[in-house]
Design a protein. Structure first.
Length: 343
């Protein structure tokens, strides 16, 4: 299907410089775009490619010198690109109803327009809101609640008593509400080796509205109380969120982040890939933690840090960049010490 450029401009509140009557039938990367397609330029590093692209329309902040194309000008090209992409590729329509091979327990409340796929299991006392989609192989434990317009992809496991808000997306293989890692070391007899006694994990999990969890995310239930993921938070693949963790709204957790128990994270925080967080620390609002850092202490609001232990970002980068020079520095120090002894 093709759309008038003028209609696309109205969607993103953009200004057209060129032909508003162009018909756009697709969106493509700047390298692969062809005539009749729209592409976008999000940074000056792509200006050279904009000269070479075959796209009919370029989504950009401003007209690029030397490029003889129609431009659609917007303040934030990446955001506008995402909106146009959604316009061209609306959500897939699901077949409403409960598949004959699904298992639905007793006293389950189903909203309007619910879709439950084959081999899904919904246990007793579950509440499912309107237009919820449970794909094949999804398990929903007793007493759980799932809000309107939530999408749960194949083979997600939701344990008992989990509360999931509206418009949540959970990708394949994620496990929500498994036991937190809680054990007490004790000695049962004077001569016996110590053992680890399991602490019952009897709390819950609350996932607020508009959260998205990637594939193979694990969210542990609380020992007591709740593990909470705040509104609008986005979690990448293979992230571990421990028991009694509280994550504020609109936070980003990138791939392979590991968060220990009882951590508190503020709003609009970013933890980059492979960041580790030790237990019981607090991370303030608007904090950015660089990749492969280990957070070992509290971080105040509005900080940007990196390293192990985390340092202010520029200082941390300087420390990391100096590591490769340590052998020469060590050798130089030994030489200096030797010359001092001779004197």
């Amino acid at each position: 299907m093709a759309y008038l450029l003028s209609d696309i401009a109205s969607l993103v509140d953009g200004k057209i410089v060129g032909d508003p009557t162009l018909l756009i039938h697709g969106i493509a990367s700047i390298e692969c775009a062809k005539k009749g397609e729209l592409t976008f330029v999000g940074s000056p590093s792509y200006h050279k490619k904009a000269i070479e692209t075959q796209a009919s329309v370029i989504l950009s902040v401003k007209k690029i010198a030397g490029v003889q194309k129609t431009f659609l000008l917007v303040p934030n090209p990446y955001y506008a690109f995402a909106r146009v992409l959604s316009y061209f590729h609306p959500p897939q329509q699901r077949v409403h109803g409960v598949n004959s091979r699904a298992v639905v327990g007793q006293h389950v409340l189903l909203g309007e327009g619910v879709s439950i796929g084959p081999c899904a299991i919904v246990e007793d006392g579950v509440q499912i809101g309107n237009r919820v989609w449970l794909s094949s192989g999804v398990f929903v434990g007793r007493g759980s609640v799932i809000g309107d317009d939530t999408q749960i992809y194949p083979n997600v496991s939701i344990y008992d008593g989990v509360k999931i808000g509206k418009r949540v997306i959970i990708h394949s293989g994620s496990v929500i509400g498994s036991d937190g890692f809680g054990f007490i070391r004790h000695e049962s007899a004077e001569d016996a080796p110590p053992k680890h006694f399991k602490i019952p994990q009897v709390g819950g999990v609350i996932i607020e509205d508009d959260v998205e969890l990637g594939a193979n995310v694990t969210v542990d239930r609380a020992t007591l109380g709740n593990t909470v993921i705040g509104e609008g938070t986005k979690v990448d693949n293979q992230v571990q969120i421990g028991h009694n963790v509280t994550i504020g709204p609109h936070t980003l957790l990138v791939a392979q982040v590991g968060i220990s128990g009882s951590v508190t994270i503020g709003h609009h925080v970013t933890l980059a890939g492979q960041v580790g967080v030790v237990d019981h620390v607090q991370i303030g609002n608007n904090v950015i933690v660089g990749a492969r850092s280990v957070v070992t202490k509290n971080i105040e609001n509005n900080q940007k840090v990196i390293g192990f232990p985390p340092l202010p970002y520029n200082k941390g980068l300087a420390v990391l960049s100096s590591l490769e020079h340590l052998p020469e520095m060590r050798k130089k120090i030994k030489q200096l010490e030797g010359s001092k002894k001779v004197k």
